[in-house]
Design a protein around this ligand. Structure first.
Ligand code: ATP
Ligand code: MG
Length: 235
């Protein structure tokens, strides 16, 4: 697979940090695409700047920026700038795919967030490109429903799950977090493909810690969350 959509159960779940982790574990030339960046003023650093800071990837492509902190369709309308078109975005990603070993495409918010008045979503982009999606999820209470809804919407569209990744795994996980690991795996029908430690973003050894937090399918060595934590609440 050379294109991966990075989506999630909602905004703020850790898609950008996971995108950076995937980029830093990948072998070869990596490009990162953020089709629409919202909530950031012109000239200010957006998600791509964060990926550069964390993973050192300089090959980033932001295709549109709409400053209001809203979903792209509404933010575009309020900005007076044209909305993105699905076929244009797909063409850009395809042409990047031709020159790279991996292209990561970070959506805005969750799977069914609209980009334009015709209602296209990152799910439609995955379908159009025929590529799988990584789903970034929260660790705590509420994540099971959000994850189930997201996976059901993907199944309906026949979008393959490349992996379920917990965006921020607490250093001191509680009952819900520990139980959710097994329950997320049951919902997905596959083992977790990663869990990033909650303090990953600022650390100097980002690449090394990212590798430990992502599964071998993504170039990492992750085989599960710390057994000790999950064992505490087993039953
Ligand atoms: N594992 C982590 N380690 C450190 N910080 C994290 C981690 N996961 C998330 N964060 C922080 O939580 C916030 C939200 O994460 P992030 O920006 O990756 O979410 P997102 O899903 O990309 O959000 P958006 O929908 O805005 O693109 C950021 O400030 C980020 O640095
Ligand atoms: Mg982001």
């Amino acid at each position: 697979v050379s294109v991966l959509i990075v989506t999630g159960t909602g905004t703020g779940v850790g898609k950008t940090v996971v995108t950076a982790a995937l980029a830093s574990c990948a072998v070869g030339r990596v490009a990162v695409v953020k089709p629409a960046q919202t909530g950031v003023a012109d000239g200010e650093p957006g998600d791509l700047a964060e990926v550069t800071r964390l993973a050192g990837v300089r090959d980033g492509y932001e295709l549109a920026r709409y400053p209001d902190p809203l979903a792209p369709e509404r933010a575009a309308a309020r900005s007076g700038r044209p909305p993105l078109r699905l076929d244009d975005v797909a063409a850009r990603v395809r042409s990047l795919d031709a020159g790279h070993d991996l292209v990561l495409v970070e959506g805005a918010g969750g799977l069914l967030v609209r980009y334009a008045p015709d209602g296209w979503t990152i799910a439609d982009l995955a379908v159009e490109l025929g590529v799988p999606a990584v789903v970034v999820v929260a660790a705590g209470l509420g994540t099971l429903n959000h994850t189930a809804l997201t996976l059901e919407a993907m199944q309906r569209r026949q979008i393959r799950l490349a992996g379920l990744v917990i965006g921020s795994w607490p250093s001191d996980p509680g009952l819900a977090e520990c139980c959710n690991v097994a329950d997320l795996e049951a919902i997905a029908g596959v083992p977790l493909a990663g869990a990033l430690p909650e303090n990953l973003a600022g650390t100097s050894d980002f690449a090394e810690r990212a590798r430990a937090a992502l599964a071998p399918a993504f170039g990492g060595t992750f085989t599960g969350v710390a057994a000790g934590a999950a064992q505490t609440y087993r039953r």
